[in-house]
Design a protein around this ligand. Structure first.
Ligand SMILES: [Zn+2]
Ligand SMILES: [Zn+2]
Length: 244
């Protein structure tokens, strides 16, 4: 499996990191998880291209995870592609219907199929996926791809999510802010380190990074490392990780 971080930023721009988007590829299958602003550009830069993405899996409906959905639809239509499947938590059908109602000229350009999923197991784009409800200000699902890859979506750090991720070769986890930012709905490095303590995870990549984290990477890693002694790194846009 190959996991490519398309966007490792969040709702406030850093100038370097685009909004949420992760490309998951395995054995000819391709899935885009989240589609924030910039995901479309990064898809093109990744060499995979938006033509190759016929399925998008959403963690939740915040703008920094869905902003490029309509631009992706338009680009696929212009490129002669005819189809897009959008899978996400409850409310995804309303979201897509409402977007297409505002942008009426995009209606009927593509055959858009929407599927809503709940916590548990399901199949998407040929991947077997488990979903787990996170702790966030909107309903949000974390996704796990077998023993290979888990993505937290947006979430506070908590034991249930750490349990869900345990045993993954790679975990990409929200780590939006350094410790001195008073935050809810996202973890601090200290809280994340405490919840990961003692877990068996191959490597953790920190993502969903606000501008507040710039220049603070070392101290954030130290804060996590005070509790969790595993391999933790910062994700970067267009970084690809191969997972055996
Ligand atoms: Zn969010
Ligand atoms: Zn977000």
């Amino acid at each position: 499996m190959r996991v490519t971080f398309l966007g490792t930023g969040a709702a406030m721009p850093t100038g370097e990191r685009f909004q949420a988007g992760i490309l998951v590829q395995d054995d000819g299958r391709t899935l885009l998880v989240d589609c924030g602003a910039g995901a479309l550009q990064r898809l093109q830069q990744s060499g995979v291209g938006y033509e190759a993405v016929s399925t998008v899996l959403l963690t939740h409906h915040h703008l920094d995870h869905v902003a490029d959905l309509l631009p992706l639809m338009k680009a696929r239509w212009l490129a002669g592609e005819e189809h897009l499947e959008i899978v996400g938590p409850q409310g995804t059908k309303n979201l897509v219907d409402d977007l297409l109602e505002v942008y009426e000229y995009m209606q009927d350009k593509l055959e858009v199929q929407v599927r809503e999923v709940v916590p548990g197991e399901f199949s998407v784009a040929g991947f077997e996926v488990s979903a787990y409800e996170t702790r966030h200000s909107l309903p949000c699902l974390a996704y796990r791809f077998g023993d290979l890859f888990t993505f937290s979506g947006d979430s506070e750090a908590f034991a249930g999510l750490a349990n869900f991720a345990e045993g993954s070769a790679i975990l990409a986890h929200d780590c939006s802010f350094p410790d001195d930012v008073d935050v809810s709905n996202h973890p601090t490095p200290d809280a994340l380190g405490r919840e990961l303590a003692g877990r068996e995870i191959g490597r953790v990549y920190l993502t969903h990074l606000y501008p507040h984290t710039e220049g603070r990477h070392e101290e954030m890693l130290e804060s996590i490392g005070a509790h969790y002694d595993g391999d933790v790194r910062f994700a970067e846009d267009l970084k690809t990780v191969s997972i055996e």
